[in-house]
Design a protein around this ligand. Structure first.
Ligand SMILES: [Zn+2]
Length: 91
């Protein structure tokens, strides 16, 4: 069974519009990073989102599970665009 990539699945998703770490509001055009997890019924689901400043320290603690991924994206009109997978342990 093939799984959609987190980048594909999360393009266009509307995240919460503040960093989960420092609570800074995202403005259109900023880079954000997010953690997503995969479940069979719903596919990739956004769990947390951070500004670039917080992302480095937070994403280092991410485990190596294959149902978890870190994505990078641009916050645009309250949606995620140009989503790229940064870290995903599934091979
Ligand atoms: Zn932050």
């Amino acid at each position: 069974m093939t799984r959609t990539s987190p980048a594909e699945a999360l393009n266009g998703v509307q995240p919460t519009h503040a960093c989960n770490c420092c609570n800074k509001h995202f403005r259109t055009g900023v880079l954000v990073r997010a953690r997503a997890t995969y479940c069979e019924e719903d596919g990739w689901i956004l769990q947390q989102i951070w500004c670039e400043n917080c992302a480095d320290s937070v994403t280092q603690k991410i485990t190596d599970r294959d149902d978890e991924a870190i994505i990078g994206a641009i916050f645009w009109n309250r949606r995620l665009t140009s989503v790229k997978t940064k870290q995903n342990s599934s091979k």
